[in-house]
Design a protein around this ligand. Structure first.
Ligand SMILES: [Zn+2]
Length: 552
């Protein structure tokens, strides 16, 4: 066969894991015009033209570029602020920030930076999680030690909660008379500085100048996000709550179009911003589709039904939280949910619906069922995101409704011990993020990090789904483990399916984007316990190798 005008590149690898069942392995892949031209042996691919073979991956393993089906561009924003998490974490520049093991250590780190404002005149930290400190809660008494004059704001790891000091409360206009659900108060009626969910946090985010609305799409944030994603082997990443402003998407469109930007981005419009004004949201999405291109995919809509389990703001069914905490918060009223879901469904939009607790999952499934009865629609691929507490009956219902699921497997490691001992108790903790059940019911399955909630790294996420080990080493729900092969599928084709992009990404298959992840070892040949230790050496995007990862 003769070649066309465009040049062909052929990469040879020690092994290519394709995720294509018709041809699971190969040694060579040919690329033309950014797409996969041929996969197979040297003879197979050279039939398309007798071209020189690029040997740079000859002793490496290639697999499809990894797909992060639930993360946020906010991962590129948070590194502006002070890291306050419990576990060590690597920044985009490769620097390791040591984890902080007490509230005093959190206060001490903030005190090092006091006076150095990083958002307006405020000092902002992120990644804090009180669940690791037992019954001790942070309050204004702790954060006032950092400063009594400068506003101090710390975002919790879940992003659903905040703690602030007295100066921040004052500047945001929150006092004992402020009547908003989620403002925690001392027995004497004064606010403690802990703010639960978006309504209660809003006066503070407004006081900061609403930086999170636009910063995700600023050039410096996207640069950091691109580095973090590429270092993790990711070639397609979601931004699973995007405010889809004209300026934000224009910026995102321009920056991602740059050949040096290493990731395809899939933003989901925030249905939360529009509430019941479904038409308005869809009009905006349709308008912005004009700015989409091969590296920016627009169309999905995100809804958030409840909060987070470790923050005790998820809506859970009987018998409620194991430690007796009151039930969580409806972020979206269950009374409004059916009409909102029906509105998007009828218009042909794909919904990604955050449900953490099983009561929220039930509400979402009921809403989808009603929408489907009123408006049957094939291949809608509405996806429940997190869906951590789903039981067998809910998985059966998802299967019948054609709903996909993207489970939060990283939770098993980071919060599994807390779920076992505090939030859910042993029996329900065993069924959390039940990947085996999802697959056995025939569901399309993704697993995710929800970065920046937990670190972006699909191989680590896959390790969690395979091994189900908590930070203390306990195995949660051994029967819900999946195989390495199934987990690798979940972080490529599984996630691609939930994004309705399985025709373009997720496998090394003729016609698809030539997106690869470069590994030092073959994950299918290594012990399952070592999956998280396999090194990502780089990525290839549209046939072009990206720079080597930072800090590795
Ligand atoms: Zn999220």
């Amino acid at each position: 066969m003769s070649s066309s005008a465009s040049p062909v590149t052929v990469y040879r690898a020690r092994k290519i894991i394709t995720m294509n069942p018709a041809q699971p392995e190969a040694s060579h892949v040919a690329v033309r015009d950014g797409r996969i031209l041929a996969v197979g042996t040297q003879a197979d691919v050279q039939a398309w033209g007798d071209v020189a073979i690029d040997e740079r991956y000859a002793d490496k393993v290639l697999m499809p570029g990894l797909v992060e089906g639930h993360c946020h561009l906010h991962e590129g924003v948070v590194w502006r602020y002070i890291y306050l998490g419990y576990y060590d974490r690597k920044g985009p520049d490769g620097k390791i920030w040591p984890g902080l093991k007490s509230i005093d250590a959190v206060v001490a780190r903030l005190a090092e930076y006091a006076g150095q404002a990083n958002e307006g005149d405020a000092l902002v930290g992120w990644g804090f999680d009180p669940i690791y400190f037992g019954t001790q809660r942070m309050s204004v008494h702790d954060l006032d030690k950092v400063s009594t004059a400068q506003p101090v704001v710390i975002m919790h790891a879940s992003m659903h909660l905040m703690n602030v000091n007295t100066a921040a409360l004052r500047k945001a206009g929150i006092d004992r008379f402020t009547d908003i659900e989620g403002i925690v108060k001392f027995d004497d009626g004064e606010p403690t500085g802990e703010l639960l969910e978006f309504a209660a946090m809003f006066p503070v985010t407004r006081m900061l100048g609403n930086p999170f609305r636009t910063l995700g799409q600023a050039p410096e944030s996207l640069d950091r996000f691109g580095k973090v994603a590429r270092n993790a082997g990711v070639t397609t990443a979601t931004d699973l709550v995007n405010e889809i402003t004209d300026d934000g998407i224009a910026s995102l469109s321009a920056i991602t179009a740059d050949p040096s930007f290493p990731v395809r981005i899939v933003p989901a419009a925030s249905g939360m911003l529009y509430g019941t004004r479904v038409e308005e949201c869809l009009t905006q999405v349709d308008k912005l589709k004009a700015l989409a291109h091969d590296k920016l995919h627009i169309g999905m809509v995100k809804l958030v039904v409840d909060g987070s389990i470790q923050g005790f703001t998820a809506r859970v069914r009987w018998p409620g939280y194991y430690n007796g905490a009151p039930n969580g918060i409806w972020v979206m009223s269950p009374d409004d949910l059916p009409a909102i879901v029906a509105g998007y469904h009828r218009a042909g939009a794909q919904l990604h619906i955050h449900t953490n607790g099983d009561e929220a999952t039930a509400a979402a499934l009921d809403a989808i069922e009603q929408a489907l009865i009123a408006h049957p629609r094939p291949d809608h691929r509405h996806t429940l995101q997190h869906c951590q507490m789903a039981d067998a009956a809910q998985f059966r219902k998802m299967a019948k409704l054609g709903v996909c699921v993207n489970l939060f497997a990283n939770h098993i490691f980071y919060w599994g011990d807390a779920h076992y001992g505090m939030t859910m108790g042993p029996d329900r903790a065993h069924r959390m993020d039940a990947c085996r059940s999802a697959l056995d019911h025939g569901l399309a399955l993704g697993v995710h990090s929800d970065a920046p909630i937990t670190p972006l790294g699909p191989l680590f996420t896959a390790w969690c789904a395979v091994n189900r080990r908590t930070a203390s080493g306990r195995v949660l729900g051994e029967s819900e483990r999946i195989s390495v092969a199934e987990a690798l599928y979940a972080i490529t084709m599984g996630a691609a399916y939930t994004l309705h992009m399985d025709d373009r990404i997720g496998s090394v298959e003729i016609g698809k984007y030539a997106d690869f992840c470069v590994l030092d070892r073959d994950p299918l040949a290594e012990p399952a316990e070592t999956l998280k230790d396999i090194q990502v050496l780089g990525t290839v995007l549209g046939g072009v190798p990206t720079d080597l990862p930072q800090g590795s």
